[in-house]
Design a binder for this molecule. Structure first.
Ligand SMILES: NC(=O)C1=CN([C@@H]2O[C@H](COP(=O)(O)OP(=O)(O)OC[C@H]3O[C@@H](n4cnc5c(N)ncnc54)[C@H](O)[C@@H]3O)[C@@H](O)[C@H]2O)C=CC1
Ligand SMILES: O=C(O)C(=O)Cc1ccc(O)cc1
Length: 359
């Protein structure tokens, strides 16, 4: 059977580029996957890890052989990369990107390639580089696509096919709406993570603070561990929308500061926050069908996940998703997801009988 695409090129083979390449490979979606990166070490790793078939340290005639090109370098590098690629690209070739910001990027790229559609997979991790890439990163992820009046309908159809074939859910919206929304749910949280870490780093009590930082600080600041260059480009390129979001947050913080003198009103705010947070479907999997979660406390020692999985397996209960919630060193918790309420209740009984604590 013929794969969905002929030769595919990945431009910037880091966490995202590598994950797309692995998805193409695992699902037999491309005849051959080529990669270009400005960092020779990234290319070496991509080849060594078997993420792509061919690597190129420079752009050249090989680009003209591609049916599909995917730009996966940091947002600030995308327009320049596009300008270097456009004269080499086949006129019929299809182009897309995975950049975290769409307005400026789409405006720059859609003028360069006759068949272009901007994209942004809402999936990621706080680890950078191709060595952390895996196809599962994109599976079940919401993948925003940002067509404009200039987008060729057939280009849109082909990129949608790509996204669906990679196991993700395409969601269309205009580029600027995308930027306003992700400013609030992704870029502002990143900036906050930088601010919180900066507060600790600059404190004369830095060492003590580091020692005391528990789950809350870690959870809230996780995204600061990602690629600094990628994240810096993301917030700078989306600065207009982000400024608005920062302004909104500033107002909210002032409001909450005042509520410190009104405990009843603050309790209401806390309850509202809990309702909102608890209603998030499943973090990073927002358009998935409803899942039924169970959190189980486990001692931090070898074999615990296996014991939980075996107990459930023997009872015929299928675990659909699993997340390790590393809260403390001596104990942690697992979030287990099941397809049905019945399976979750069976799991609850099985694990309680096996002596596990279910908070
Ligand atoms: N990290 C994440 O969680 C997510 C990132 N994105 C977007 O994906 C893109 C890539 O980010 P990551 O894979 O996380 O970063 P990364 O740092 O893991 O990989 C970026 C790669 O691009 C290469 N690169 C930099 N400048 C280049 C240039 N001018 N030409 C060719 N290659 C170049 C780097 O050497 C590196 O190998 C960014 O546009 C980012 O906004 C989108 C969704 C999630
Ligand atoms: O790890 C996470 O949860 C993230 O939120 C990472 C991330 C970084 C950049 C994006 O454009 C999208 C997601």
């Amino acid at each position: 059977m013929k794969p969905l695409f002929g030769k595919v090129g990945i431009f910037g083979v880091g966490l995202l580029g590598g994950s797309v390449a692995l998805g193409l490979k695992e699902r037999f979606l491309a005849q051959e996957v080529h990669a270009y990166d400005q960092d020779p070490l990234a290319l070496e790793k991509a080849l060594f890890l078997g993420v792509v078939e061919r690597v190129h340290a420079g752009l050249g005639p090989w680009v003209g052989e591609l049916e599909l090109g995917i730009l996966a370098a940091p947002v600030g590098a995308l327009p320049g990369l596009g300008r270097a690629l456009a004269p080499l690209a086949h006129p019929q070739s299809l182009w897309t990107d995975v950049g975290s910001v769409k307005g400026e990027v789409v405006a720059a790229l859609e003028g360069l390639f006759p068949r272009f559609l901007g994209g942004h997979p809402m999936a990621g991790s706080e680890r950078a580089g191709v060595e952390n890439a895996h196809a599962g990163l994109l599976q079940n992820a919401v993948w925003v696509l940002t067509p404009t009046e200039r987008t060729a309908p057939e280009a849109k159809e082909r990129v949608r096919q790509l996204v669906e074939a990679l196991g993700a859910y395409p969601l269309e919206m205009p580029p600027l709406l995308h930027d306003r929304l992700v400013a609030r749910v992704s870029h502002l949280p990143y900036l906050l993570a930088v601010a919180l870490n900066r507060m600790v780093a600059r404190s004369p009590e830095r060492d003590l603070l580091m020692f005391l930082a528990a789950g809350g600080f870690r959870d809230l600041t996780r995204v600061a561990s990602g690629s600094p260059r990628m994240s810096r480009d993301m917030v700078v390129t989306n600065r207009e929308a982000l400024r608005e979001a920062v302004e909104e947050l500033r107002g909210l913080l002032l409001e909450l500061e005042e509520l410190l003198e009104q405990p009843e009103a603050l309790l209401e705010a806390a309850e509202e926050a809990k309702r909102t947070r608890d209603a998030l479907p499943i973090v990073r999997r927002s358009l998935l069908p409803e899942m039924h979660d169970l959190v189980v406390q486990v001692p931090d020692r070898p074999g615990e996940i296996a014991r939980v999985a075996t107990a459930l397996g023997e009872a015929g209960v299928n675990i659909k998703d699993l997340e390790v919630l590393t809260i403390r060193e001596e104990a942690g918790a697992l979030r287990l997801s099941f397809a049905t309420r019945e399976e979750r209740e069976t799991a609850r009984r099985v694990l309680a009988r096996a002596g596990y604590r279910l908070p």
